[in-house]
Design a protein around this ligand. Structure first.
Ligand SMILES: [Zn+2]
Length: 238
């Protein structure tokens, strides 16, 4: 089982960890700050360093309760189980994705508060953010208003906290769960992301510490992919 360092510290850029598996181009560590491709958020990239060898981490995936780092070359003969490596996150990319993920929570909650719609999916890339809603009536004209409200939240400079809640405790508040999905029974503790005074959600993603870091929302487009699938696209400006 890989310990997920980013759940407790989203701002960790470097870390040391022990190799538990090294096969071909794939490496598993006892702990990692690399975020795997999951929950609509793209994986981190960066480097793993051992002595003078530098491997580029080109992909990061979740496999069961392990995080698998895919390297740009074979590590055979260089990396072995038990070796201590240094990991470095490509911070520019990760910070952009953190801002996007917090932005997705903000805009989702604004739309939920205004329309009652629930989020059905999101996709955070470096260029744009896509949010899908189960909205009965799609009012394009109102979207600009939602974006303005989201920008007000950013300007207020609200604090964002992350912490853990026991499963039973978390289930007492159904509002914590925005995405429809089943939580595996072995999950005993949930990671919570709280934008103080505005929104609380169960989420395993990486987030900024203050809404001011998000930047300005800019509306790109909206499309109607059929009933209960209204998509909104936007980007963030610095
Ligand atoms: Zn989230």
């Amino acid at each position: 089982m890989t310990q997920l360092l980013y759940l407790k510290d989203c701002y960790m850029k470097e870390f040391e960890a022990k190799v538990t598996k090294a096969e071909g181009k794939l490496v598993v560590l006892d702990k990692t700050a690399f975020y795997p491709n999951s929950g609509g958020q793209m994986n981190d990239t960066g480097t793993l360093i051992f002595n003078k060898e530098i491997f580029n981490v080109i992909n990061v995936k979740k496999q069961g309760d392990e995080i698998v780092h895919e390297l740009d070359r074979e590590c055979k003969g260089i990396l072995e189980e038990g070796d201590i490596v240094k990991g470095k996150i490509d911070w520019q990319r990760r910070y952009r994705l953190m801002r996007s993920h917090t932005a997705a929570h903000i805009i989702s909650e604004v739309i939920h508060k205004e329309t009652g719609a629930r989020i059905t999916g999101n996709q955070l890339s470096l260029e744009r953010i896509r949010i899908a809603f189960d909205l009965e009536n799609f009012d394009r004209a109102k979207l600009q208003g939602y974006i303005s409200k989201a920008n007000e939240i950013v300007e207020k400079g609200m604090t964002i906290k992350t912490y853990f809640l026991e499963r039973e405790e978390a289930f007492k508040n159904p509002g914590l769960f925005s995405l429809k999905g089943v939580l595996p029974p072995e999950v005993k503790e949930l990671r919570i992301v709280e934008i103080e005074g505005f929104d609380i959600k169960a989420c395993g993603g990486t987030h900024v510490a203050n809404t001011k870091e998000v930047g300005r929302f800019e509306f790109i487009d909206a499309e109607n992919k059929g009933k209960n699938n209204r998509r909104v696209y936007f980007r963030l400006n610095d």
